[in-house]
Design a protein around this ligand. Structure first.
Ligand code: 6GU
Length: 236
């Protein structure tokens, strides 16, 4: 998969070269390009924003640098681009959407700042590319950079060859493999720590009992923390 990011703060994306995503890049599973939007400005101050038509607070990102950036990215690789636009007005980001994005050939993250990007850029993109506006949840970030980092990590770990043991993908929270329950609590050695014991069933060696206990724990956690993930009648 090829991933491009366009931002006025390209330094936000340095951590992508760490850990699991970094390994996916160095091994060639992911090709990453991070681009400074200011490279597509032509005035002395590299202006990327201006005051909103109609008045009001804040600034809006100008369309011209975005248009040139997207034209230039198109030239870099012939694969069709899926433009991901992080915005609190977007489609809620879920594990299902992460799997959807992981199936694309090429993702381009368009990171807006201030009050957002001139709507004509989005409308232009919808005519020329696939566009997915994505929200991380009902709260406000200063720009799309941190949201893009989260989406990129969630997507890249799903790519074949990135996670050593693919079973860990199906066991974890929100995956299809455990009925979309939250994950059960985990324990490791020592068996007693500061007077707290590991639940006896996990030391029993009885795989059937362990599986039953974990399922019960997952259901109880989900019922108390995220009842919205259970069936509407509150039963699983
Ligand atoms: Cl995707 N972007 C911004 N700027 N704020 C957000 C968000 C995204 N998701 C939640 N808040």
């Amino acid at each position: 998969m090829r991933i491009d990011v366009v931002s006025i703060f390209p330094d936000y994306f340095a951590p992508l070269h760490l850990s699991l995503v970094g390994k996916a890049i160095s091994s060639g599973i992911v090709e990453l390009g991070v681009h400074d939007l200011r490279g597509w400005t032509h005035d002395r101050h590299n202006t990327t924003d201006d005051t909103p038509y109609g008045g009001g607070a804040g600034m809006v990102m100008k369309p011209e640098p975005w248009g040139e950036a997207l034209d230039a990215l198109e030239e870099l690789d012939p694969a069709p681009m899926t433009i991901v636009v992080p915005t609190p007005a977007g489609r809620p980001f879920t594990q299902e959407l992460a799997y959807e994005l992981a199936a694309k050939q090429r993702l381009v993250f368009a990171c807006g700042r201030y009050e957002g990007i001139d709507q004509r850029v989005i409308d232009h993109c919808v005519e020329h590319y696939e566009v997915i506006e994505v929200s991380l949840g009902d709260y406000v970030l200063n720009g799309g950079e941190v949201a893009s980092l989260a989406v990129i990590e969630a997507v890249v770990r799903l790519l074949p060859g990135v996670i050593g043991n693919p079973e860990s993908l199906t066991e974890e929270s929100h995956s299809a493999g455990n009925g979309s329950l939250l994950e059960y609590p985990n324990y490791t050695k020592p068996p007693v720590w500061r007077g707290r014991e590991v639940p006896q069933v996990l030391l029993s060696g009885n795989h059937g009992l362990v599986a039953k206990w974990r399922r019960e724990q997952a259901v109880e956690r989900t019922r108390s923390r995220r009842p919205d993930l259970l069936a509407p009648d509150g039963r699983d």
